[in-house]
Design a protein around this ligand. Structure first.
Ligand SMILES: NC(=O)c1ccc[n+]([C@@H]2O[C@H](COP(=O)([O-])OP(=O)(O)OC[C@H]3O[C@@H](n4cnc5c(N)ncnc54)[C@H](OP(=O)(O)O)[C@@H]3O)[C@@H](O)[C@H]2O)c1
Length: 352
């Protein structure tokens, strides 16, 4: 059974209000001169909220932006073009609650010869109650956690994200950056339930926030283990970082019950940040020289912070890694083609 820090979504939103007024240490570190010209940036869940804000922000800085979305194709892309003044925007379909579409999406990127320099794993849901997907996995578990693992594994295996460790196609001097969008609400979640990992867990509206925070803890633990396995002291193959945008005026509560939506929507629209403002720390982490060669770092908005201490326990990361690949294999017949990945790199150096 999983436990997050927040039993109540209103309390979680009020914590967000507090974050809104928090001092931001590194705001001035992102410069106008920090550009993404010549870089290809893939953002999941880019038709709305933070993902949309990031698409505009990266496009303004010269990147070729690929918006990976399940809806609003092509309208959202047209809007990003209009707001950024750039036409280097494309949209591609993927639904993270349908595993087959992740494979089709990854296959198409490979077939089209695309190489991604910056991958932002942003798509996420906050569901009011558990929901089965066609694979049998619970939807929030699949969208907020497992789909990220599948996508990252596929892109590393094919070399769409260039790397030395698995695909062997790294280019000297060009280190791709992965950024997992998390939530600081993960702090204080319970230990990962390795016994029940991946099994369908039922929750209702009072526990939805709990599971949301818990799956972010799981996601951050995976990101940390991935960083450990890909990188070794002084030898960074792929930069893997995590960040929480703080409170964003987005559509994240769109599935909440009507009354809750009204209450939270009011708080969101008054004190939460606009998606483009909230996107700035993510852009900073992905393009600034400050983060060149820095991996397994966490930003909470523009503040350097530590994630929950459980995330850094190597044994937790290893167990999660093994269970994750077991669950993938159990629920997806295609997984067998990528299991080499589960063993092909090891966490020899827990400090990276
Ligand atoms: N809002 C906040 O205060 C806050 C705070 C901390 C962290 N975050 C994190 O920020 C990220 C972005 O959320 P947001 O606040 O910007 O909310 P949002 O406006 O609801 O955006 C979420 C994005 O994820 C996409 N998505 C959801 N399910 C998907 C699926 N099955 N397949 C493909 N795409 C899917 C959504 O697409 P659809 O439009 O098709 O649903 C949307 O583009 C999330 O990871 C969230 O956990 C948000």
């Amino acid at each position: 059974m999983a436990h997050g820090r927040f039993d109540n979504p209103v309390i979680a939103a009020l914590a967000g209000v507090k974050d809104f007024f928090r001092k931001q240490d590194l705001t001035d570190r992102l410069k106008e001169t920090d550009r993404a010209d010549g870089k290809t940036v893939l953002i999941t869940g880019a038709n709305s909220g933070l993902g949309f804000g990031m698409a505009v922000a990266f496009a303004k800085r010269g990147a070729h932006v690929i918006m990976a979305c399940r809806r609003q194709i092509p309208e959202a892309g047209e809007e990003v073009k209009r707001l950024s003044g750039s036409d280097k925007i494309e949209m591609r379909y993927v639904d993270f609650s349908k595993i087959g579409t992740i494979h089709d999406f990854a296959d198409a990127l490979e077939k089209d010869g695309i190489h991604i320099d910056i991958l932002v794993l942003n798509a996420g849901v906050a569901l009011p109650e558990s929901r089965p997907t066609e694979s049998g996995l619970e939807e929030m578990f699949l969208v907020n956690y497992m789909s990220n693992v599948i996508l990252v594994s596929r892109l590393l295996a094919s070399g769409v994200v260039r790397n030395k460790a698995i695909a062997g196609n790294a280019v000297a001097g060009e280190v791709p950056r992965l950024l997992f969008i998390s939530s600081d609400s993960h702090q204080g979640s319970s230990y990962i339930d390795h016994e029940q990992f991946g099994t369908y867990e039922k929750y209702g509206v009072t526990k939805g926030m709990n599971y949301y925070s818990y799956y972010k803890l799981v996601l951050n633990t995976y990101a940390t283990e991935l960083s450990r396995r890909l990188n070794h002291e002084g030898d960074i193959d792929v930069i893997v970082n995590v960040m929480c945008p703080g409170p964003v005026d987005s559509k994240i509560i769109k599935e909440a019950p009507w009354l809750l939506r009204k209450i939270l929507g009011g708080i969101f629209s008054i004190v939460f940040k606009s998606p483009e403002d909230a996107a700035q720390p993510a852009v900073y982490m992905c393009i600034s020289e400050d983060y060149a060669g820095k991996t397994n770092e966490y930003l909470h908005m523009f503040n350097v912070k530590k994630m929950d201490e459980k995330i850094y326990i190597p044994e937790e990361g290893k167990k999660l890694w093994d269970h994750t690949y077991q669950v993938w294999q159990q629920y997806d017949p295609m997984a067998i083609n990528y299991l080499i990945l589960a063993e092909s790199h090891t966490s020899e150096n827990p400090s990276a």
